[in-house]
Design a protein around this ligand. Sequence first.
Ligand code: ATP
Ligand code: MG
Length: 400
Amino acid sequence: HNTVHKKIPGMKFDHILCHYSEIGLKGKNRRFFEDRLRKNILEAIKIRCVDSSVSVKRYHGRLVIELKQKGVDLDCIKEALTDVTGLAYFAPAFESKQDLNILKKDAHALFSDANFESFRITARRGSSNIPLKVRTVNDEVGTHIVDTMNKKVNLTQPDANCYVDMFEDKAFVYPERIPGQGGLPVGVSGKVIAMLSGGIDSPVAAYMAMKRGATVIFVHFHSVPYTTPASIEKVREMITTLNHFQFRSKLYLVELAPIQKQIMTETTPRYRVLLYRRFMFRIAEQIAGKENAHALVTGESLGQVASQTLENMEAVGRVTDMSILRPLIGFDKQEIIDRAQDIGTYDISIQPDQDCCSLFVPKRPATKARSEQLIKQEDLLNVKQLVEAGVASASFEIID
Ligand code: ATP
Ligand code: MG
């Protein structure tokens, strides 16, 4: 961030320029993407900054937020925009004009309260139909600042920057670009079911799916009454935090206890966790069907724990034809922790709870199970009945 301009006290921006990053979005797709991004921006500001009235206009290749000056809380809006997926960056800006004299005056105003020695002008235009050339703006406005403010140009490491953005018949000046989440707007990619435990990994996996535009529906399996309801409270809290990115969420709560009970009495201990997981996938698949969701998302990372070897993931995954997305597959634990801290779920994850599946886990779980071995174990269970009962036990709630 450009800290030089941040200290400017009396400066009142009248617009925020919003830029998305994905290239290759053309035609109908692009329109769909922009409309969704526009809706999400409005929604984020409406939910997070209740008193701030804004409108969002579409221009070629960008969206522009108009700040209605009365009661607009710019800091709040900045925070809200930081969490909007699909934004590459955004920039609080002043409207100017495609006129060299006015650009000079506005650049001067932008710099006038800033504390700096070196600067640069960074002009850009949306199309070659715009009469002013980028080079002309950079040269003329830059020279004006050198002459009137006695400052030096530094193109590579300036203390302060003045961006000049020209598109259609508009021009804006602004001091800094604030990075957004990147990715795609939540809602453009369809629905997925994220399997959310109380751990560190699964909320990060759900976030990754949101960041690529998926609408995430959550499923949590709990072991009440074998455990306290702590894990349920935890996932509710996690989802409240993840709602920064997706606004409102649906959470399914499913009883795993009856399934665990039968697995514990009938099967070989070393396969227990894998059998739990197979039931989770079966039940999640049914919920996906009801929700018209097209994939299951888990927080698994290759080799992180015994249940996440290639062999075990394969043997567990055999129970469903759905695609299983594992966005963290190549992440190290520390990388996952860093992400969790960034998105705000880490502190919730590390609160103690009783995980459904760490109960009665054997010392030596199978690390190379084959699907046939698990099917043999399942021959000892009433699989169909247990799955039906699990699905029937599912209740859902909306968290917003
Ligand atoms: P996490 O940190 O997400 O709990 P983990 O490293 O503890 O992951 P496992 O306990 O092996 O890994 O779980 C693997 C994945 O299975 C989780 O990331 C999650 O997607 C899913 N899962 C595990 N337990 C539950 C549960 N109780 N409810 C829903 N999904 C679960
Ligand atoms: Mg876990």
